[in-house]
Design a protein around this ligand. Structure first.
Ligand SMILES: *Cc1c(COP(=O)(O)O)cnc(C)c1O
Length: 428
C-alpha cells in the first residue's frame, strides 16, 4: 500500500506539532515508519489520505464500540450543534446521561463528568485522598491511568513504549506518594499495605488491564483486592476508562461481581467525543465541591455536544440485550482463527482475551503482568504490525495495546483478518 500523502502530511505536521502528533503513541515510534493520516471512517473501516481502506482494530483506542460514524450519535451531534455548542450552565442533557449511567453501572449513586480519562482518574484520586485524609496511593506496574503526575510512575502503553516510564517533570515529592505493585500478585499488594499502614488512600487498578496488552485478573485477584482494601480501610478505585460499558453494561464491576468504591470512565462513555467521568456512592461523591471540600471543575465539562453523543451511545448499549454477547462471540471467533493460523505457522505466541478486548503477544509464557508482557518478541511485533498494515488491517502500533472489537465488524472482516494473519505469519 502507498502512503505518500500521509508521509507528506506528517512532515508538514512535524513542523508545528511536537513529533507531528497530539498524543505520542500515534507517532509509530515503537514500530517505525510514518503514521497514517485518516480522512474519514465508517463502520469497521478507516479511509486514509492515500485512498486505502483499512479494517480498524484500534477504534479510536476504544470508544467506537458500535463502529465509526454511528448514525444516531452523528445525528444528535449535528442537531445539538445547531442549538449552541457550550453554555457553561447546567443542561437537562447532563442529568439524563447521569441517570442512565447510574442505572447501568452497579454501586454508584452519583457521577461527575469531565473531559478525558486522565481527568477522571486524577480527580478520583484527589477525591479518595480528600475523603480518607491520606496521601499515598497504590498503582500497578503497567497499568495506565492517564498522564497526570501521580500516575506516570511506570505507566503502561505510551510511556512504556518509549522506555521512559518515569517522565521528567514529575517531582520526587509526587513520585514518593505512588507505590507500585505487581499486577495479579496479591501478596505483593498485602506487603505494601502492611508496610504503609494507615497511610494509603486508595488502590487504583484497571480491573482488566488493557495498557500492557490485555491482561485478565487471575485467581480471584479483584475479589482478594476488595477484601484487602476492606481490612486496611483503603478505597478501591476501578479505572474503567477502557472496560466501562465495554465488557458489560456495568463494566468489570458487573462482569466480576465486585464493588469498587470509586469508578472512572472515559472512551465509550463519550461516544467518540472528549468525555470522562468518575462516580461513587453518595457518601463519597458528596465530598466533592460544591457540596464538599474537594475541589474539581471544568469550563467545558458536561458539554452539550459531548453529553448528547455519550447519551446516544449509552442508550444504544442499554437497549440492545444481545450486544455484549455479539461482541464476545466475534472476539472469540477472531481469537480461535488467529490461534489456529499462528500454531500452523509455528509462531510462538500467547493470546489474551476478555470480552471484546484481545491481544496477541509474541511471548512463550503466559502473560499475567508487566514483566511477562514486556518479555514478548518486539522485533516480531514490528514485522507483524507492518505486515498487517500492508494487508489493510490496522492494529495498534505498539505491542502494549489491546485490540478493540466493534460490533460493526462482520464475520467476513474477521475472516479477512485471519487470512491476513496467516499470510503475514508465513513471513515472520
Ligand atoms: C485511555 C485510558 C486512560 C486515559 O484516558 P484519556 O482520555 O486518554 O485521558 C485512563 N485509564 C485507562 C485505563 C485508559 O485506557
Amino acid at each position: 500500500m502507498l502512503y505518500k500523502r500521509s508521509s507528506d502530511l506528517f512532515k508538514q505536521a512535524e513542523q508545528v506539532i511536537p513529533g507531528g502528533v497530539n498524543s505520542p503513541v500515534r507517532a509509530f515510534k515503537s514500530v517505525g515508519g510514518t503514521p497514517i493520516f485518516i480522512k474519514e471512517a465508517k463502520g469497521a473501516y478507516l479511509y486514509d489520505e492515500d485512498g486505502n481502506r483499512l479494517i480498524d482494530y484500534i477504534n479510536s483506542w476504544g470508544p467506537m464500540i458500535l463502529g465509526h460514524a454511528y448514525q444516531p450519535v452523528v445525528n444528535t451531534v449535528i442537531e445539538r450543534a445547531k442549538k449552541g455548542t457550550s453554555f457553561g450552565t447546567p443542561t437537562e442533557l447532563e442529568t439524563k446521561i447521569a441517570e442512565l449511567a447510574v442505572s447501568m453501572v452497579p454501586n454508584i449513586d452519583k457521577i461527575r463528568f469531565v473531559n478525558s480519562g486522565t481527568e477522571a482518574c486524577m480527580s478520583a484520586v484527589r477525591l479518595a485522598r480528600g475523603f480518607t485524609k491520606k496521601d499515598k496511593i497504590i498503582k500497578f506496574a503497567g497499568c495506565y491511568h492517564g498522564h497526570s503526575d501521580s500516575f506516570l510512575i511506570q505507566a503502561g502503553s505510551g510511556a512504556v513504549t518509549f522506555g521512559s516510564p518515569n517522565s521528567p517533570g514529575v517531582t520526587q515529592g509526587t513520585a514518593k506518594d505512588t507505590l507500585l505493585a505487581r499486577y495479579n500478585d496479591i501478596d505483593n499488594v498485602e506487603e505494601i499495605l502492611e508496610a504503609n499502614k494507615g497511610e494509603i488512600a486508595c488502590v487504583i487498578i484497571e480491573p482488566v488491564a488493557g495498557n500492557m496488552g490485555c491482561i485478565p485478573p487471575k485467581n480471584n485477584f479483584l475479589q482478594k483486592l476488595r477484601t484487602l482494601c476492606d481490612q486496611h480501610d483503603v478505597l478501591l478505585v476501578f479505572d474503567e476508562v477502557m472496560t466501562g460499558f465495554r465488557l458489560a453494561k456495568g463494566g468489570a464491576q458487573e462482569l466480576y461481581n465486585i464493588k469498587a468504591d470509586i469508578v472512572c470512565f472515559g472512551k465509550v462513555i463519550g461516544g467518540g467525543l472528549p468525555v470522562g467521568a468518575f462516580a461513587a456512592r453518595n457518601e463519597i461523591m458528596n465530598y466533592l465541591a460544591p457540596l464538599g471540600p474537594v475541589y474539581q471543575a471544568g469550563t467545558l465539562s458536561g458539554n452539550p455536544l459531548a453529553m448528547a453523543a455519550g447519551l446516544e451511545m449509552l442508550k444504544a448499549l442499554n437497549s440492545d440485550s444481545e450486544i455484549y454477547n455479539r461482541l464476545e462471540e466475534k472476539t472469540k471467533y477472531l481469537h480461535k482463527g488467529i490461534s489456529k493460523v499462528l500454531i500452523e505457522n509455528k509462531i510462538t505466541h500467547t493470546i489474551n482475551r476478555v470480552g471484546s478486548m484481545i491481544s496477541v503477544h509474541f511471548a512463550k509464557d503466559e502473560v499475567v503482568d508487566f514483566e511477562t508482557s514486556a518479555s514478548g518478541n518486539n522485533q516480531m511485533f514490528k514485522d507483524f504490525f507492518h505486515g498487517m498494515l500492508n494487508q489493510g488491517i490496522y492494529i495498534a502500533p505498539s505491542a502494549f495495546e489491546s485490540w478493540f472489537i466493534t460490533d460493526a465488524l462482520s464475520y467476513d472482516d474477521l475472516d479477512n483478518t485471519i487470512t491476513a494473519v496467516d499470510r503475514v505469519s508465513k513471513q515472520l
